[in-house]
Design a protein around this ligand. Structure first.
Ligand code: SAM
Length: 246
């Protein structure tokens, strides 16, 4: 895995961050060192999926903003992943990310891997599914387009289907927001990022990553049709919500 030193220099101007070839090359290292409990959250979601759908013959999972396919790798490493046939659909707007996804070896007798190149700011046609995953991707979608996307997801989920939404969040309370931001920066420093690298990346993400509050994300899910919406993870300015279609 290539170490992420990309932001030691101001490689992107303010608000110009994108998932280009250079970012993709270091993505797996970047995401572990920049997202608190990244692998734990993937593993929790895999456990929930296996516990909840393990009795089915086949399940369809849409992984939106799938990046290099770390959710799929985590799923395939679970000892009970063979309990059902997996239709995995990874969607991403970055061709470079999808190239990495397609390198994952998948026993075709146990599942199918489809990589879908699509910008989720535009209408997306889901097929029927049991699980939909938005892991750190809604925050990159135009705020005005998020509800429509979640509505399409709700409609395509089968009864009893799960939608996971993990996001970086903002706090309505200004003092708490600064406290959480300093905790987050400390986390990144402990993981080897310099103060300059943190500043360069924050600046590049300005208006590219647009976080909502936890309440706003819950409300989006409720407005898209979900009646059961519950947090399953929170670490300062990161939260995970699980919504179930009744
Ligand atoms: C922080 S990464 C998500 C991490 C990933 N879900 C995981 O589990 O490792 C954000 C991903 O969303 C993708 N993305 C950003 N904007 C997008 C858009 N408008 N449509 C589709 N994918 C997008 C990026 O290319 C990137 O792969």
């Amino acid at each position: 895995m290539l170490r992420d030193t990309l932001f030691d220099q101001p490689v992107f101007e303010q608000g110009k961050f994108c998932f280009n070839k250079d970012v993709v090359a270091v993505f797996d290292d970047m995401v572990c060192r920049s997202v608190p409990f990244y692998h734990d959250v993937l593993s929790i979601m895999v456990d929930i999926v296996i516990d909840s759908f393990g009795s089915k013959d086949t399940i369809t999972i849409y992984d939106l903003g799938c990046s290099t396919g770390n959710f799929l790798k985590c799923l395939l490493s679970h000892k009970h992943h063979n309990s059902f046939f997996i239709n995995y659909r990874g969607v991403d707007s970055s061709v470079e990310m999808l190239k990495q996804l397609s390198l994952i070896s998948f026993d075709s007798s146990r599942g199918s891997l489809q990589s879908i190149h699509h910008d989720l700011n535009h209408d997306f046609k889901f097929h029927s599914m049991q699980v939909c995953l938005f892991n750190l991707v809604l925050q990159f979608i135009n705020p005005d387009k998020r509800l429509a996307l979640l509505r399409q997801c709700y409609r395509a989920l089968s009864k009893g289907g799960f939608c996971f939404v993990i996001e970086k969040i903002v706090c309505d309370n200004h003092d708490l927001q600064s406290l959480f931001t300093s905790q987050y920066h400390r986390f990144k420093e402990k993981n080897g990022y310099s103060k300059d690298a943190i500043k360069h990346k924050d600046r590049s993400l300005h208006d590219v990553l647009v976080p909502f509050s936890l309440d706003e994300n819950k409300q989006l899910l409720i407005d898209s049709g979900f009646k059961v919406v519950h947090p399953f993870f929170q670490w300062f300015n990161f939260s995970g919500l699980l919504a179930i279609k009744e």
